[in-house]
Write a protein that binds this ligand. Structure first.
Ligand code: FES
Length: 122
């Protein structure tokens, strides 16, 4: 009888880390996570998962306390907002775009790309 093939995890897949149950994220809309020492938030917005940095690039407010509307995350401090498709800040505000991190969904879990999180912001 042949042995079953060994399960091989390709090195490029080891960067993916499960961080939250999908149903929990859907019910809470915003969930804080910490991956390899980096704080991020997961967002359920318009039927999709978005992961981004937790600290506002303008003046470091905690974006987990913000609110969501029309595919945007609104900062709780100054009410600037970020497009959750590309991270762009609302017009007229100084600051770089919000960092977004790659995510996948598998086995009812949200997985985040830990390697992408280690890359410093521009
Ligand atoms: S601290 Fe977020 S918009 Fe100013």
């Amino acid at each position: 009888m042949d042995k079953p093939p060994a399960t091989v995890v390709a090195p490029e897949d080891q960067q993916w880390i499960p961080v939250c149950g999908l149903s929990r994220l859907i019910s809470q809309a915003i969930v804080c996570v910490r991956v390899t020492g980096i704080d991020a938030i997961l967002i359920w917005s318009e039927g999709r998962v978005v992961a981004c940095e937790r600290i506002c690039p303008h003046e470091q407010a905690d974006l987990s306390r913000g609110h969501l509307a029309a595919g945007r995350l609104f900062c709780p401090r100054h009410a600037a907002s970020f497009d959750l498709h590309n991270g762009r800040m609302s017009y007229g505000w100084p600051g770089r775009p919000l960092r977004l991190f790659p995510v996948r969904i598998g086995n009812d879990q949200v997985w985040i790309d830990a390697n992408a999180m280690k890359t410093p912001a521009n």
